[in-house]
Design a protein around this ligand. Sequence first.
Ligand code: NDP
Ligand code: 2IT
Length: 446
Amino acid sequence: MNKNLADIYDKLVSSYPEQKEYLQAAKEILSTLSPVADAHPEYVKEKLFERFVEPERIVCFRVSWVDDKGEVQVNHGYRVQFNSAIGAYKGGLRFHPSVNLSILKFLGLEQVLKNSLTGLPIGGGKGGSDFDPKGKSDREVMAFCQAFMTELYRHIGEFTDVPAGDIGVGGREIGYLYGQYKRITQRNDGVLTGKGLTFGGSLARTEATGYGLCYFGSRALQTIKKDSFAGKTVIISGSGNVAIYACQKATELGGKVVSMSDSNGYVYDPEGIDLALVKEIKEVRRGRIKEYAEAKNSAEYHEGCRGIWGVPCDIALPCATQNEIDLDDAKKLLANHVMAVFEGANMPCTLEASRYLIENKVVFGPAKAANAGGVATSGFEMSQNASRESWTFAEVDAKLKTTMERIFDDVYKTACKYGDEYDLLLGANVAGFEKVADAMHRQGIV
Ligand code: NDP
Ligand code: 2IT
């Protein structure tokens, strides 16, 4: 790493020693930006890199609500408004007991570069709460969402900050959040994305992240390996929104998905995952992946989600959460001859794991490029809301595919320019950063 960038990282470590996910993301990004620092001494002079890694604003608030037993519950709410140089803050809300500032700052920082790569005028942000929707009734989820929005509404707006879903926040939560926003503001301005189709949502937004991941993956396999998903054995971690639609598209493209997981364990089905069954368990029953093996004779269930990386495969799609693949997991994947890893989740590979895969010429699609289809389609939802239009599924899907292929091409071109066609991580960071840096430079010291 360039000395100036290394000093910036060291300063972050002393300022935020306990924020390990945020430091990890900052290190991953700063360690690839030397070519930009070398080419732009004016950025160094303007302390643009220091400003880039610091969020513009963080809002923290109390969320008080009443559960079904009549007991008062108190959670922490956050919105990290990371960078608005290229447009309004945009990024998901995560509801998960692990949520803290470190996780939301890492997600916000990644989102800034991801949103830049989409080519749309959207800045980066992230928010959420340590609220756990698991095991809660619909009424409790509604009560929480209403309390959360009662504070959040004053910080968001169609031209200011446009939240969406992430872990634990899907169509149900977005509906309750939007209902409360309208009740307070009387505005029907589409301020959230991922809305229901009857009130301003976009067709294909539900499918977008998983589909986009496979469109990106197909382009990468075709370009680098002259190959495709056809006939490949695929494993997918998670069984939530991203995992389900990645499974659907990978299967449509001729892949055979043999394994999926949740935070308790994974299933292995050598006949190929029956996605209708997974959807029934996860989307209708809100059940556990274990129930898949109970319903299907050909499948086995294994306790412990990490074991999935030992299942032999050609293509691995980590679609659950951060740091789910460490160096040992990456070694297991390579020992089984994996040819490609495309990140559906945000930062699912540790820095050591991603470097190991890249050095060993595994086609590695970094999250901020490979999973950008979700936020890109959120951008399409914003366009439809602003113009009072509803595009067809085919129109949105075609735009998504073109966007993902263009993102791959930009990232690949940048990776090749700096020396290594496998280093799509460097390619994504540099290509995403260049646009944000230019916008920050032109807007002066703010
Ligand atoms: P969901 O809540 O729909 O699903 C999350 C899945 O990941 C569940 O199967 C969950 O299992 C599993 N999971 C969550 N935490 C852990 C953990 N600590 N260990 C193992 N498994 C875990 O979320 P999404 O599908 O929306 O999000 C998945 C990933 O994709 C996240 O990293 C998110 O940031 C990223 N992403 C999401 C986008 C979107 O549009 N939704 C866009 C781009 C990226 P369990 O039920 O047991 O908790
Ligand atoms: O990580 C992500 O890109 C998301 N959770 C989606 C963000 C969005 O605004 O659609």
